[in-house]
Design a protein around this ligand. Structure first.
Ligand code: GLY
Length: 388
């Protein structure tokens, strides 16, 4: 384990400069990416435009909303509102909505719009997305099915990423007064936390259930190195996912699970505090880093620190600020000529002998890494109301 006392935290001045650089990046991209969205990840560090069809489309809209909050400039609000219209169209016409990614998509675009501007179309779209998400709930097993047709035999499983889709459901219960959304969210996280952690507090990416009975069966990776390893982004989804469910429910069990999952993450960090794409690898490996896992974990630690006793809160905030310093110093884009993204050296999917993946956006920017990096920065610049 690295000795964290030897690392410096990022300073207010560094955060200010990082925010200035990040806003330039969003501003430069508005022309190409207002009526179009950013594709999942870059090629040679540049995004190309795509329609609103991916699980990742909302991460770009979320960045525009953050730029709006940080600057107050109308042009960001105008661009984000064009995208909100597109999200309403997408859910009304069920375009690529046969999946669990409704929270990733609608929290950062439409819940954000509703919270910031009381946009009624955004509220409608986000509630429709929550309605769509709860259709994926499986009573046998008590979980939300992530992928495939609902009830499909080969996809009767949950995935750790889904914890980030739950805030949409808690929010939907708050605004509609209908508890059905939050009830499903709570059942899903409780099931997930029962099955997803191994004895050493590393996590499985996905976990299967027996369809007829709901009996938990076995864990399996999709994007990690192997079924026994810890995919670093999955571990990060666990960190932020437990923090967000705690924020909404105040269930203390989620704090204990947060400690377990986060401490594994911290204990296994390499020297520059940004994990390789899977914790199977560490210093000395030629495998790529996944900067997005670090950015997600930073946001999770900063969020949970709000609810912990002073000593614990200071510890996790301190670690978060040290990881963020490494991201700012070594991964963030500070020159628009090298990239139209925010955070270099991420991985979407990495092929291994033990997973079904092809290499996708390896050692590249990705939209979620960019988004969580901006979220970490705005969290440190003001008392930020979450879009989640
Ligand atoms: N939620 C999909 C991923 O993290 O790649």
């Amino acid at each position: 384990m690295v000795n964290l006392t030897e690392y410096k935290k990022t300073s207010d001045k560094e955060i200010e400069q990082a925010i200035a650089n990040a806003i330039v990046q969003v501003e430069n991209d508005l022309e190409s990416f207002t009526h179009k969205f950013k594709i999942n990840g870059t090629t040679d560090n540049f995004y190309v435009p795509e329609d609103n069809i991916s699980w990742t489309s909302g991460f770009w809209t979320g960045q525009i909303w953050i730029a709006y909050e940080l600057t107050g400039c109308q042009k960001f609000k105008d661009a984000a509102e064009v995208q909100v219209d597109s999200f309403l169209h997408r859910i009304e016409n069920k375009i690529e909505t046969n999946n669990h990614d409704m929270g990733f998509l609608y929290s950062l675009s439409c819940v954000a719009a509703y919270k910031l501007t009381s946009n009624k179309k955004a509220k409608k779209a986000a509630i429709l997305a929550a309605d769509n998400l709860i259709t994926r709930y499986q009573k046998n097993g008590k979980f939300i099915q992530a992928w495939g047709n609902v009830g499909a035999d080969d996809n009767y499983r949950l995935i750790i990423d889904c914890l980030l889709n739950l805030p949409l459901l808690y929010w939907a219960s708050d605004v509609t007064g209908d508890e059905k959304y939050a009830k499903i969210a709570k059942q899903h996280i409780n099931t997930s936390l029962k099955v997803i952690m191994r004895e050493d507090y590393s996590t499985y990416h996905t976990f299967y259930f027996e369809k007829g009975t709901g009996k938990p069966l076995y864990g399996e990776t999709r994007q990690g190195y192997s079924n026994d390893s810890a995919w670093s982004r999955g571990q990060a989804w666990g960190i932020y996912g437990t923090a967000l469910s705690y924020m909404y429910t105040k269930n203390k069990d989620y704090i204990d699970k947060f400690y377990n999952i986060t401490d594994f993450f911290i204990k296994n960090l390499p020297k520059d505090l940004v994990p390789y794409w899977d914790f199977n690898f560490n210093d000395g490996s030629d495998e790529p880093k996944d900067s997005s896992a670090a950015a997600i974990a930073v946001c999770g630690m900063l969020e949970m620190a709000k609810y912990l006793d002073e000593e614990k809160a200071n510890y996790y905030k301190d670690v978060a600020l040290k990881i963020l310093k490494s991201l700012i110093d070594n991964y963030a884009v500070s020159n628009p000529n090298i990239s139209n993204g925010q955070l270099l050296h991420g991985v979407y999917a990495r092929k291994s002998p033990y997973n079904p993946c092809k290499n996708r956006n390896v050692n590249e920017c990705n939209t979620w890494g960019d988004y969580y990096y901006l979220e970490a920065l705005i969290r440190l610049s003001k008392d930020w109301e979450l879009y989640w």
